[in-house]
Design a protein around this ligand. Structure first.
Ligand SMILES: Cc1ncc(C[n+]2csc(CCOP(=O)(O)OP(=O)(O)O)c2C)c(N)n1
Ligand SMILES: [Mg+2]
Length: 368
């Protein structure tokens, strides 16, 4: 039996040798590689407004941790181009499988920000209805969402839906076995799933160079037969163009797609660590000059699509959004402590019943 050694098949899976770019750091257009149609101007303006709101939401959420209103918040400042483009590349009936870092994407998807922050507030559930929103709960165990996403993609296809699934994962997550199993099965099943790796260069304090020796994380696709690409993750136009292509291809039966977006986490891993202990001085400042929001704004202004009034209106809307969030989060949440015993077993185990009784006794003693 002949062994399949078709070099062209392999070449067709390979990412571009340098990250795909449409817009340079100063906001001027560059010549992108062929094969990725440019997104329409209206979508870019929409993306800009969502980025402004997303960044303001992110700052507000960090502030809420300082006020004791949130237990923890992993900021995604600097990663907005990835998160917003990821959402805008999807239809309402497509599914998103996010991580703990992707709250801004959920807000861009139109979910209620208070619901989005429910889990990070310390509740036992994710706040929104995953089936209604077609957004899985934000996942903390690294890369487990990637296998869930493949399962969902295969299930949707078997049901005859033409929906696509997008899984977000971090650079650290690509070292997990689950990530590799997900890529393998996605390719074997030809599942309509897009993996977006937000390579923000750190897994908590572990820098990329200590994480992997791969020339780019996008190369992890080819061994499994997954078409892969790498993109400048701080260039919204490029991320959206590449993801549009990846989603369209998956929807048309072309199979899974792996996109590595090169970006940077501007803030700490969460509000609970001090990044100056593991990041060289000056690194953040260097990345500030590649800020995805400033870049998109400069690009839109340069093309005459956005003026001072439009930018001011976007900022004003973001301020109103943040003020509403702050007010809503200042109210004490209505919680029922017994709910945490529900929904796991139809018939609770004796241990769970015992724990429920213990809680009831403790709460009764407090009321006395
Ligand atoms: C299976 C598993 N192992 C370890 C952890 C602890 N942990 C939480 S976040 C994190 C770093 C993840 O880095 P990366 O995938 O790059 O995502 P980022 O936080 O940068 O978005 C680790 C190791 C975890 N949540 N799950
Ligand atoms: Mg990371």
């Amino acid at each position: 039996m002949p062994v399949r050694t078709d070099r062209q098949v392999a070449d067709g899976l390979l990412p571009s040798p340098v990250p795909v770019r449409f817009v340079a750091e100063d906001g001027t257009a560059v010549e992108p590689p062929a094969g990725y149609p440019a997104p329409e101007d209206g979508r870019l303006l929409d993306a800009y407004r969502r980025m402004v709101t997303g960044r303001r939401f992110d700052r507000q959420a960090t502030a809420l941790t300082r006020q004791g209103r949130l237990a923890v918040y992993p900021s995604s400042r600097g990663q907005e181009a990835c998160q917003i483009a990821g959402v805008l590349a999807l239809r309402a009936d497509d599914w998103l499988f996010p991580t703990y870092r992707d709250s801004v994407a959920l807000v861009a998807r139109g979910l209620d920000p208070v619901e989005v922050l429910t889990l990070l507030r310390g509740d036992w559930h994710c706040g929104y209805d995953p089936a209604a929103a077609r957004v899985a709960p934000q996942c903390t165990p690294l890369a487990t969402q990637t296998v869930h996403a493949v399962g969902m993609a295969e299930a949707l296809r078997r049901k005859g839906e033409d929906a696509v699934v997008m899984a977000f994962v971090g650079d650290g997550g690509t070292s997990e076995g689950d990530f590799h199993e997900a890529l393998n099965y996605a390719a074997v099943l030809n599942a309509p799933v897009v993996f977006l790796v937000q390579n923000n260069r750190y897994a908590i304090s572990v820098p990329l160079a200590k994480q992997t020796a791969a020339p780019a994380l996008a190369y992890k696709g080819i061994g499994y037969g997954v078409r892969s690409e790498q993109v400048d993750g701080n260039d919204l136009v490029a991320v959206l163009a590449v993801l549009d292509t990846a989603v369209r291809r998956a929807r048309e039966g072309g199979g899974p797609f792996l996109v590595e977006a090169h970006t940077y986490r501007m803030d700490a891993h969460t509000n609970a660590d001090d990044p100056t202990r593991y990041r060289p001085a000056g690194e953040v400042e260097e990345w500030e000059s590649a800020d995805p929001l400033a870049r998109l704004e400069a690009y839109l202004r340069g093309r005459g699509l956005l003026g001072a009034d439009g930018a001011a209106a976007a900022r004003e809307a973001a301020e109103e959004f943040a003020a509403r969030l702050r007010d809503a989060m200042s109210a004490e949440p209505a919680t029922d402590p017994y709910e945490m015993f529900d929904h796991v077993f139809a018939d609770p185990t004796p241990q769970l019943r015992e724990q429920r009784d213990l809680l009831a006794a403790e709460l009764a003693a407090r009321e006395d």
